[in-house]
Design a protein around this ligand. Structure first.
Ligand code: ZN
Length: 255
């Protein structure tokens, strides 16, 4: 056992139980099958993946369930306290990793954070830059959308008043429906663009091209900001339409 301890600190990690060498991110010993202690690994490394954004999610899902069964705390009910603890820690980490990597947006945000970009920080910087330029605007309004968003906000305000006194005119409702359709279509278009940026990032990563990696990261940040902004617009428009519909329904019941 003392020898095992010494070897564990060398470049190749070895199993605490049988002393066989294993890969850095292995979960179980290939020789004796014992659970290995948790190591400091990011979610990609946990699945033995490079930090590529284009992922085969069905394949990842299979890997998740396979690993999940092997690490399951029930399997270690009779094992040592330490192994039970490792099993709990590893299962929990595995669940977090799967939830994050299977989701396109969560995966992208996670990668950006791993790559040293704090997304909220980015938005703040954008605001500061806007202020410095003498244009105090909301933090993440994409500049090319300022005009249409101003127009939309007027309509939303009108809808709020209409919801209160039941005066929603058909043109307003039609405009809001058109806006909902327009922004929903933009959300879908952004998803296609997102996948293109994933490819750009993956290619730059494989080529070890730091400049292209940096460009891909900045484009991803801009896209995520735009997406989150448009998602909020869709939400606001739907709420406005709902409130008008509910109000009309109530009045129809009374009459
Ligand atoms: Zn072993």
């Amino acid at each position: 056992m003392a020898m095992t301890q010494t070897l564990a600190q060398s470049a190749t990690p070895v199993c605490w139980s049988c002393g066989s060498a294993h890969e850095a991110h292995a979960q179980l010993c290939g020789s004796c099958g014992k659970l290995l202690p948790p190591v400091d690994a990011d979610y990609f490394a946990l699945f033995g993946l490079p930090r590529r954004l284009t992922l085969d999610v069905p394949a990842l899902e299979k890997q998740f369930y396979r690993l999940s069964r092997r690490l399951h705390p029930d399997l270690y009910a009779q094992a040592s306290e330490q192994e039970r603890q490792w099993s709990l820690e590893k299962s929990s980490l595995l669940n977090d990793a799967w939830r994050t990597l299977r989701d396109p947006i969560a995966r992208t945000e996670y990668l950006l954070e791993l790559e040293g970009i704090a997304l909220e920080e980015q938005s703040r910087n954008a605001t500061d830059a806007a202020r410095a330029a003498g244009t105090a605007k909301q933090q993440i309004v994409p500049p090319d959308m300022l005009e249409e968003v101003f127009e939309l906000n007027m309509q939303l305000e009108e809808a709020r008043m209409a919801a209160q006194d039941d005066s929603g005119d058909p043109e307003l409702v039609a405009n809001l429906h058109a806006a909902e359709k327009n922004y929903s279509a933009q959300m879908e278009a952004l998803h296609t663009q997102l996948e293109q940026l994933w490819s750009a990032w993956d290619t730059a990563l494989t080529a070890g091209d730091a400049t292209a990696q940096e460009e891909a990261k900045q484009s991803l940040v801009a896209l995520l900001n735009r997406r989150s902004y448009i998602r909020n617009l869709v939400r606001d428009v739907r709420q406005a339409l709902d409130s008008i519909a509910v109000n009309r329904g109530e009045n129809a019941d009374k009459g």
